[in-house]
Design a protein around this ligand. Structure first.
Ligand SMILES: [Zn+2]
Ligand SMILES: [Zn+2]
Length: 184
């Protein structure tokens, strides 16, 4: 039994996200959101805060010290959320095949590997969705960078041969091999 929800309820369910979810349109026939992934950074003065999007440095809101961001900067890796909410009716679609889908994306909105994540919409979906975000957050911290262009790249799964099912990273843009996940 699908739990029917509308836009307001869906956005409320995304309310726990520290950097929020930005509504980006309905190209796929459903409302889409973009959620930046980023951890709090800790200043020498002890203050923890989220850095502003688009910069590789961050300014502490308390003491004003400016520091380099060593982890992911906001906007570098995001989760694209396909809500299953019909833009015309404003409620989630009736079809049982639909689900809420999360796709991790990187530079220029390119999907980072095959970490698609589906959440069925039966009762309790809010909590399950929250868990999926937690998993994505954790995976995002493990993503390597291309040594050439410095963009974050996703994990891919080897489909055949002696390394079948092994995860690896490669920058497809630069055609640079980065490595196996189990060796990092
Ligand atoms: Zn500070
Ligand atoms: Zn590259």
């Amino acid at each position: 039994m699908i739990d029917t929800f509308d836009r307001a309820r869906f956005e409320q369910a995304l309310g726990f996200l520290p950097l929020g979810a930005k509504f980006i349109g309905a190209k796929s026939g459903q409302l889409e959101y973009l959620v930046p992934i980023c951890n709090k950074i800790r200043c020498y003065c002890g203050t923890k805060f989220y850095p502003a999007p688009g910069y590789s440095t961050a300014k502490c809101p308390k003491c004003g010290r400016v520091g380099e961001i060593t982890g992911l900067t906001p906007g570098e890796v995001s989760v694209k959320v396909y809500s299953s909410i019909d833009p015309i009716t404003g409620v989630c679609r009736e079809s049982g095949d639909d689900s809420i889908r999360l796709v991790m994306v990187g530079h220029k909105g390119k999907p980072l590997g095959k970490i698609d994540n589906y959440t069925t919409r039966i009762a309790g979906w809010e909590e399950r969705l929250k868990n999926k975000f937690r998993i994505m957050w954790a995976i995002a911290q493990t993503l390597p960078r291309c040594p050439k262009c410095h963009h974050v790249v996703g994990w891919n799964v080897c489909k055949s041969g002696q390394n079948k099912d092994r995860m690896f990273a490669r920058c497809w843009g630069c055609n640079v091999w980065i490595g196996w996940k189990d060796e990092t």
